[in-house]
Structures are given as structure tokens and as C-alpha cells.
Design a protein around this ligand. Structure first.
Ligand code: ADP
Ligand code: MG
Length: 728
């Protein structure tokens, strides 16, 4: 066996699981390292406390003098916990989180020192973060980028650093991060949804969007990952023959969690508790060595921060266990990839989930209003929703032979489908007293009972209603949830705004009662949104044909899908809802296209290297052994040798054929890359990388994987699928 592979496998044998002792109840650990409201109560004056709460709840500005007080208290709290540094923590458009640590430590004169942290440092910083992607914003305007405190997400301690969640914006105000547009979208959905919720309850003052993400991931021994240059450099295996056993027995899914994985999870959950990330669920997923973790849902901005933080913490905790977390959407061919379901709902300050049916007909009409408006929003902006989950890595799921498809549709279940059908028949204009009673008793009034036994679930749907929330399943496992959540909340905000306008108009001009007007508008929405509703098998070829007839988009690749992000319709939407101006939206598009090109470019280079430097030389070595064997047989048997050397000679030939193919395709790939690199037009470049470079990956891989099956296992340098997927 090659030295590298041998060493890697040997290392895994010495692994023992370190079981993390849980010394304290989790409820007591929860939020211990967070400057949350409970901690603030202890550390802040009443003025300062009220001011932060007002900022969180109403978005009010925090006075500079108060900011000084808060900073000083934060510092005292942090120092009491052994913290030495602070950082503005933000989410640039790389998808990762960013931090630049500064010590509290300051010198006074020559020989004295103290710890200092003031309002200025808390509120705003100017990190020289000029290397983050900005899509031209920082060239055309000012080079400066600022981070500014986001008081709606509490500061937390990680390691020995106080982390302050911030937005990252250009000097001219353009967003340079994920958080800024998300906050604006949440604001938009709050005001639009509050206005509509007031039809049903005058006391509603605020509507929060909630998010509960479910994070899927692979957990692989670190030494094994390190022995695979492709996993190390691209997050996925670019080659490797599938192992004889994969996931076909379904013996991993929901099975008993392996010891090493469990100790990792306990350690991770422990860290999450301290950081106030309310993780609750853990289980084995479908593919071998694949797992899932889910928290209790939270307000969306906080949930997004927590998911970004989690992805970082996972990596660090895994290190302690000699494991590596793979967040890539498709690390291994032939077994399931990973996603991150985004469970979404809207709830009021009066604690009502607007997507949950209530006890009275009126509250059910409210439910139907938000339910149908969401469906209509997806119908209108299905292509943008698809664009919101597009990435080079997620292309391996969406539109490939994997769940869910690239076609957006909404699943609502048989019973709610029947309810919508009834509502479609509502009379145009004024309703008769009899019709009103009927609707109340037999349609709207029956909803809670219906949902109780609504157990049908459709796993193939990208956007499914699951009782009291919608579940957006197309989000990729390594994505920052802010991107799809910004889109979803913006389109729902826009839709609710239109709805309010239409209902008010009917009340004013046609003299309809409020509930009559609501029924009338909803009826039209149902008729107009029929195309997006689909209850069948989302993976089937039939749906592909049917959806085409319905005029739904089916953008299978990222370069195609992303275009919807800069269509006139999208630019107008973001602009109208105050989420992004044209410059911001176009900059993001450019960044995403560019990232796509770079990812495929890197994969191409890595694959070329491995094919040439690992696979071909190994195949030649083995071929030489066979040749030696054949010459030996010839010496031994003279002209009769062919009787004994026939198979060997066939393998020799087969090896040569594959080597030839690999060499030709790797050359062709390099030529295509060079041609694409010369293109000035970014869209054309991305399209060529997608259509001309990427397809060669499969062809090169095919020959490499065939060689893996032919060549002596002792010689093969790359850790194999069975070792990666089944070493626990
Ligand atoms: P599943 O069967 O899809 O695993 P769960 O009930 O386990 O569904 O919930 C999955 C995720 O959905 C969890 O993160 C949970 O907190 C979240 N969730 C539950 N209710 C809501 C809601 N009303 N709004 C948003 N997320 C929710
Ligand atoms: Mg789910």
C-alpha cells in the first residue's frame, strides 16, 4: 500500500473516542457565554438596558453616551471570563465568517497598562478588509469598508475573544455582507405582515420571521481526509470508485450513533449551549458517516448568525476529535449529498404563528391569508428562489440525480389542496349570508382538524408546508442561510403589500366587508398560483415535462440560475422593498458568478494534478509489474506463454487505453480552461466553465475509477471510498 494511504489508515486505528463529561445540566449552561438580556440585566444600568431592548425590538438608535456604558460593561463581563481580545464578527460575501482580533490591552505612558474598550470601538470599526469580494463596489466608490454593531444579535465569547456581531458596509452605505440585506428584508416583511395581521388583530405591532435550519454534514477521520488532495482542496472527492456497499441497505439512517461521532456531537453541543445556540436534535443521516443537527427555531437574523457560527465551531471541535466535518453538498458520488432545510414561519409580537391554523374561523382566515400569500409569492418569484440556492457545489444536488429538483414547486398536502379548491368557488363580490356561514363552518372552521391528521409528507418537494411552517429544502449544506432568507422574506413582503392594497381597494370601491374582500382576493390568488402547486414525485421525468408546460423554470446549472438575480423584475423588487439597490444586487451577482468560475477552475486543476501525478504513475507501475510477469511467463513457457498470460496482456492493454484517455482529456480540459480564462465577459466565461470544462471531469473520473478497480490495491495511493465512508 502507498505510504500515505498506509499512514492514514494506521492513524485511524489509534483513535479512541474522548467522551465529554457533561458536568452541568444543559439548561444551566445555555447562553453562559452570551451577553444576552439576562446578563445585561446584571451588568447594565437601567437606561442602558432599556436602550438595547428598544434597539432590538424597535430598531431605535443607541446614543453614543449609552454605547460607552454598554462597551464598558461588556468589557467587565468579558474580563471576568478570562477574555483578552475583542472582534467585530461579520459575514462577508465569501460565505465564511470574518474576525480581526484586537486586545483590550492599552499602554498608559511607558510603564503602565490597562484594559480598555469604549463605545467607539463597540459601535464602528474600519477593518482593512479590502480583500473580501465586493463586486466592484469598493473600486467605484470609496475603498473604505466599515463594520457596525448589530445590537439585535447578542455579543458572545468564543475562546478568549469577545465577538460582536456586525454588519459590513461600504463608506457609501452599500452592503458588503450577507447580514445587511437580510436585516432590510426582515424589516420589509415585518412592516408588510404587520399591516395585514392588523386586519385580524389590532394589537399586532410586530411580525418576526422565524428560521429553524437543519444542518446535514459528513464526519470523516482527519487523517483520511488529509490523505485526499481533492477533499482537502475542494471539499469533495473528484474521483474514487464507489464502494461495493453504500447506503443501499439503509442501515445507517437513524441508526445508533457511532461512539466517535457521538463524542464529537456532545462536545459540539456543549459549545453550542455556551454560545446560546439552542441545538436540540441529532441523528444519523442516509449516507454512511453522514449526520444531521437541528436547533430550536429562532428569529431569523439570530438563527442565521447561529448557523454561521455553528459551521465554524463544528470545524474547531472536530479538530479535537481528529475528525473533519465536510459541509460540501456532495462530497461523495453515489451516496446522498447534504442540504440545509430552512424551516420558515411568521409570528407576531402577540405570540401567534401566522402560518399555524388557530381555534376560531377568524384566526383560520388569518392563517389562510398568510398561507396563500406565501404560495403566490413563490409562484411569482420561483426563478429567484432557485437563484437563491445556486452554487457550484449545490448543482450536484439540484438538477442532478439528487433531491430536491431544480424546479421550484410548493407541496401543501391533499387536505389543504381541497380547502383551496373550495375557496376557488367563492362568489365574486358580496357573499350571501348562507355562503358566509358555510365558509365559516365547513371550510375555514375545519382547518385545525384537517391539519391534525395531515400526515402526508412529500420528501421530493423543494418547498413544502409542514403543518405550521414552510420548509425550503433546496438550500445547500454549506450555504449561508441569509441569501435564501433574504429572498424569501422579500418576496413575501412584496406579496403582502400587494394583498393589502387589493383588499383595501375592494373595501373602499366595492363596499365589501373586510372578510368578504379577503375571500375575494384570496380566490384570485389561488387561481393565479395553480402552476406552482405540485403534489407528485418531484424527481420524475414526468414532472420535468409537466412543469415545462406550466411555464416553470428549470435552471439546472448555477450560471443559468443566477441570471434571475439581475433580471429587471428582481432589481425592481429589491429596490421597491428597500432591500438592495441596483448596484448592490449587481455586485452580488458578479461575486457569485466569479466564485462559480473559481470553484470549477480549482476543481479542474486539482483533478488534472491527481490524474497525472497520482493515477497515471500508479497505473504505469502496475502495468510494469504485469509486463514483467508476462516476460517471465514467456521465458518459462516459450511460445505457449499466451495460454498463461492472456488475461495479464488484456489488463496491460486496458491500462494503456485508460492512460491514453486520461491524458487526452486532461490536455483538453487545460485547453478549454485557457480559452475560457481569456474571455472578458464573465457570464460567457462561467457558461464555458460549466458547459465545456466541467463535463470533462466525469470523463476523466471514469477512466481513473476504472483504473482503481484494475490496479493492485497495495499500490493505489488514494484512500478509497470504503475507507472514507466506513471508518468510524
Ligand atoms: P422535521 O420533521 O422536518 O425534522 P422538525 O419538527 O424536527 O421537523 O423541525 C425541524 C426544524 O423546524 C427545527 O429546527 C424546528 O425548530 C423548526 N421549526 C419548528 N417549528 C417552526 C416554526 N414555526 N417556524 C420555523 N421553524 C420551525
Ligand atoms: Mg425537515
Amino acid at each position: 500500500m502507498s505510504t500515505l494511504r498506509f499512514q492514514a489508515l494506521k492513524e485511524t486505528l489509534n483513535r479512541t473516542s474522548i467522551l465529554v463529561a457533561e458536568t452541568e445540566r444543559r439548561s444551566l449552561l445555555f447562553g453562559k457565554n452570551v451577553f444576552n438580556q439576562a446578563t445585561m440585566l446584571q451588568y447594565l444600568t437601567k437606561d442602558a438596558f432599556d436602550s438595547v431592548v428598544d434597539a432590538i425590538e424597535n430598531g431605535s438608535k443607541i446614543d453614543r453616551r449609552i454605547a460607552d456604558q454598554i462597551a464598558s460593561s461588556m468589557k467587565d463581563w468579558a474580563l471576568s471570563k478570562g477574555v483578552t481580545h475583542y472582534t467585530h464578527w461579520f459575514q462577508p460575501l465569501t460565505g465564511a465568517t470574518a474576525e480581526k482580533h484586537d486586545a483590550f490591552f492599552e499602554t498608559i505612558g511607558n510603564d503602565r497598562a490597562m484594559e480598555k474598550f469604549g463605545g467607539d470601538q463597540l459601535v464602528q470599526q474600519e477593518p482593512d478588509a479590502s480583500s473580501f469580494p465586493h463586486g466592484g463596489i469598493r473600486n467605484t466608490f470609496e475603498a473604505r469598508g466599515y463594520t457596525a454593531w448589530d445590537p439585535t444579535s447578542p455579543a458572545f465569547i468564543y475562546g478568549t475573544t469577545l465577538c460582536i456581531p456586525t454588519v459590513f458596509v461600504a463608506y457609501t452605505g452599500e452592503a458588503l455582507d450577507y447580514k445587511t440585506p437580510l436585516l432590510r428584508a426582515l424589516q420589509a416583511v415585518d412592516s408588510a405582515a404587520t399591516a395585514v395581521a392588523k386586519y385580524f388583530d389590532k394589537n399586532v405591532k410586530k411580525v418576526n420571521a422565524s428560521l429553524g435550519w437543519e444542518q446535514e454534514y459528513f464526519l470523516i477521520d482527519r487523517a483520511l481526509v488529509n490523505s485526499r488532495p481533492d477533499l482537502l482542496m475542494t471539499g469533495r472527492t473528484l474521483l474514487g470508485h464507489s464502494s461495493a456497499k453504500g447506503q443501499q441497505l439503509d442501515d445507517h439512517y437513524f441508526g445508533s450513533i457511532p461512539n466517535r461521532a457521538l463524542s464529537f456531537m456532545r462536545d459540539l453541543e456543549n459549545e453550542c449551549m455556551l454560545l446560546g445556540i439552542p441545538v436540540k436534535t441529532r441523528h444519523n443521516e442516509v449516507a454512511p458517516n453522514q449526520f444531521e443537527l437541528a436547533p430550536i427555531y429562532e428569529e431569523t437574523n439570530l438563527a442565521v448568525d447561529h448557523n454561521s457560527l455553528l459551521m465554524d465551531v463544528m470545524e474547531k471541535v472536530a479538530m479535537r476529535h481528529n475528525l473533519k466535518v465536510l459541509l460540501h453538498e456532495k462530497p461523495f458520488a453515489g451516496v446522498n449529498g447534504s442540504g440545509k432545510h430552512n424551516n420558515w414561519s411568521l409570528s407576531t409580537n402577540t405570540n401567534v404563528n401566522l402560518l399555524s391554523p388557530g381555534k376560531t374561523p377568524m384566526s383560520n382566515l388569518q392563517f389562510l391569508t398568510f398561507f396563500i400569500n406565501t404560495i403566490r409569492a413563490i409562484n411569482e418569484y420561483e426563478e429567484l428562489m432557485r437563484a437563491g440556492v445556486a452554487s457550484a457545489s449545490n448543482d450536484h444536488r439540484l438538477g442532478a440525480n439528487e433531491a430536491p429538483p431544480a424546479i421550484m414547486s410548493v407541496f401543501i398536502g391533499q387536505q389543504l389542496t381541497a380547502v383551496l379548491k373550495e375557496l376557488e368557488g367563492v362568489t365574486d363580490g358580496k357573499l350571501s349570508p348562507q355562503e358566509k356561514t358555510d365558509l365559516k363552518l365547513n371550510v375555514v372552521g375545519k382547518i385545525p382538524e384537517i391539519l391534525l391528521d395531515n400526515t402526508d409528507r412529500n420528501r421530493t418537494s423543494p418547498f413544502a408546508f409542514t403543518g405550521n411552517k414552510f420548509e425550503f429544502r433546496a438550500v445547500g449544506s454549506k450555504a449561508n442561510c441569509a441569501n435564501p432568507m433574504t429572498i424569501l422574506n422579500t418576496i413575501v413582503a412584496k406579496q403582502l403589500k400587494e394583498f393589502k392594497k387589493e383588499v383595501d381597494e375592494l373595501i373602499d370601491t366595492k363596499n365589501l366587508k373586510k372578510d368578504e374582500a379577503v375571500f375575494n382576493v384570496l380566490r384570485e390568488y389561488i387561481k393565479k398560483s395553480r402552476n406552482i402547486l405540485f403534489e407528485g414525485n418531484g424527481y420524475g421525468l414526468e414532472w420535468e415535462k409537466e412543469s415545462k408546460k406550466r411555464g416553470l423554470s428549470n435552471n439546472k446549472t448555477t450560471p443559468e440560475a443566477l441570471k434571475a438575480k439581475v433580471s429587471k423584475k428582481t432589481l425592481d423588487l429589491f429596490d421597491e422593498m428597500g432591500v438592495m439597490n441596483k448596484i448592490e444586487a449587481e455586485a452580488r451577482y458578479e461575486i457569485e458568478i466569479e466564485e462559480y468560475v473559481m470553484r470549477i477552475q480549482i476543481e479542474g486543476r486539482v483533478l488534472g494534478d491527481i490524474a497525472r501525478n497520482h493515477v497515471i504513475p500508479t497505473a504505469i507501475k502496475y502495468q510494469n509489474m504485469l509486463i514483467q510477469n508476462v516476460s517471465g511467463l514467456k521465458e518459462l513457457y516459450g511460445k505457449d506463454f499466451e495460454k498463461y498470460a492472456k488475461e495479464q496482456m488484456e489488463i496491460i492493454e486496458e491500462i494503456s487505453l485508460h492512460i491514453g484517455k486520461i491524458n487526452t482529456k486532461v490536455n483538453k480540459m487545460a485547453t478549454e480552461r485557457k480559452k475560457a480564462n481569456k474571455l472578458e465577459d464573465l457570464e460567457k466565461k462561467a457558461s464555458d466553465y460549466c458547459m465545456k470544462v466541467k463535463p470533462l471531469f466525469d470523463e476523466i473520473r471514469y477512466s481513473c475509477d476504472e483504473l482503481e478497480l484494475l490496479v493492485d490495491d497495495e499500490l493505489w495511493p488514494l484512500t478509497k471510498y470504503r475507507e472514507l465512508l466506513f471508518t468510524k
